[in-house]
Design a protein around this ligand. Structure first.
Ligand code: GUN
Ligand code: ZN
Length: 459
């Protein structure tokens, strides 16, 4: 039995990858950091990484720290999903429809069912388990149109200690009547939810109009009022996803310069704002997003499944707009950010001269540190540096699988990381930690366990 009180923290010993330096802006090196025998001392008090270095050095400096040997797998920073819909777990996988038809036929009927608190609690359980199983430790979650369902999501996220930013989805036109609200009610319910959850542990609130197509100027103004009322609140919505959507919004807002301006007009865009998709931006819109310091959630499998279009990554980066990955469950095809990374790579490769060649380091960055930066959490999570929280996942593929074989025979760290993005799935995510607390073990998710984890056998 480990006497946790007698030691400064657990000393994790691992093979690890992370991306403390943005590979899009630094041409030096392989685009990622790789350690073959890393030591990470994680504080018992608050889950911070308090020492980092070669294992032998950290072990020598902290001889009383119990060692948790993870060298039977590969340690990565916890994945960050910057766009994922809580009420859509059960509609993943509907293929063959463009956005507006998919919303009508798949997403919106299911979202109405979350009016029932009992149903919403069940979905919250399935949703949070989906995140943890995929190794996603931080997420910006598109909530529900029902305040009671948003409460259920926050409560379930809290039970697992996940880093979740979410909020009440608001709309006042076009959607089915049960999903509509008024500007007054939207304001009141949003502030009430934010008062309850914003800044509570690892939870934060996000002001969330569904998209301008279903939001009038008065309800967007109410969103602006919530942002003024709640300190350091986040903002999220959709933009420029589909050509029919873009044309409709242009007709609805004749006085606005463009789709992005429908949000910017109400002061909704800032460094804590994340707009999902942006497959069809104009240069003027990119300039506004860059000036506000806002980010875009790029959702590769969703864009492909709905046929939304080819994401112009190069144009975003050239304009200075920050980009990170989102699964966009349930238009996206699952919770795995590894799969989003692979699809991101495929797409940019296929776009030829207009695409951006992506290496394994870019994919890890887009899956971790870029997401942390988009959510304003770059000082807290995103890589495994000293001073960051120990949010991490251990990949340990089942013996004999293609990933297991590939990793054992990889001839360089670059090829190891490439194989991870080509082959890793939820089945390979064995252990997951948030803030030093282990919430998945051997592939089984479990609520936060504040007791000492069992020491692992040294292989
Ligand atoms: N635009 C408005 N609502 C949605 C949604 O639920 N999913 C996607 N992909 N786009 C949207
Ligand atoms: Zn979405």
């Amino acid at each position: 039995m480990i006497d946790a009180a007698a030691s400064p923290g657990f000393l994790y010993r691992a093979r690890a990858f992370d991306t403390p330096v943005d590979p899009f802006t630094s041409a030096d090196g392989p685009g990622f950091r790789h350690d073959d025998d890393l030591g990470l001392l994680v504080s018992h008090d608050d889950g911070t990484i308090v020492a980092r270095g070669p294992f032998a050095t950290v072990a020598e400096a902290h001889p009383t720290a119990p060692v948790i040997d993870l060298r039977d797998g590969i340690l990565l920073p916890g994945l960050v999903d910057t766009h994922v819909h809580f009420p859509q777990v059960r509609v993943i996988g509907a293929l063959g429809m463009p956005l507006l038809e998919w919303l009508d036929r798949c997403a919106l009927p299911e979202e109405q069912r979350l009016a029932s608190p009992a149903y919403a609690a069940t979905i919250a359980g399935e949703f949070v388990a989906g995140l943890v199983s995929a190794g996603t430790t931080t997420s910006l979650v598109f909530g529900s149109h029902f305040a009671s369902a948003v409460d259920a999501l926050f409560a379930e996220a809290e039970r697992f200690g996940l880093r979740v930013t979410s909020g009440l989805v608001v709309s006042d036109r076009i959607l089915p009547e049960p999903l509509l609200t008024t500007p007054e009610r939207a304001y009141d319910e949003s502030v009430e939810l934010a008062t309850r959850w914003h800044g509570s542990g690892r939870l934060r609130y996000a002001v969330t109009p569904r998209f301008s197509l279903s939001a009038s100027d008065p309800i967007l103004a109410a969103c602006g009022a919530v942002m003024e009322s709640v300190r350091d609140v986040c903002f999220t919505s959709h933009v420029n996803e589909n050509n029919a959507e873009v044309a409709t919004v242009a007709g609805q807002f004749p006085d606005r310069a463009h789709y992005v301006d429908t949000y910017d007009h109400h002061a909704l865009l800032g460094p804590l704002s994340v707009l999902a998709h942006d497959v069809h931006p104009t240069d003027a819109e990119l300039a506004v997003m860059a000036a506000r310091g806002s980010s875009v959630a790029w959702c590769p499998t969703s864009n492909a499944a709905l046929g939304s279009g080819l994401f112009p990554l190069r144009r975003h980066l050239d304009a200075g707009v920050r980009v990170a990955l989102g699964s966009d469950v349930g238009a996206g095809t699952g919770f795995s950010i590894f799969k989003e990374g692979l699809q991101a790579y495929f797409l940019q490769h296929l776009m030829g001269a207009e695409g951006m060649p992506l290496g394994a380091g870019h994919l890890l960055h887009l899956s971790t540190s870029a997401g942390a930066a988009a959510l304003g959490l770059a000082d807290t999570v995103g890589d495994l540096s000293e001073g960051k929280q120990f949010d991490a996942l251990l990949l340990r593929p089942p013996p004999g699988t293609a990933l297991d074989i590939g990793l054992r025979h990889a001839d360089s760290p670059e090829s190891e990381l490439g194989k991870i993005f080509a082959l890793a799935s939820d089945a390979d995510v064995a252990d997951v930690w948030v803030g030093g607390e282990q919430i998945a073990s051997g592939g089984f998710v479990r609520p936060v366990n504040r007791l000492a984890p069992a020491a692992r056998r040294t292989p």
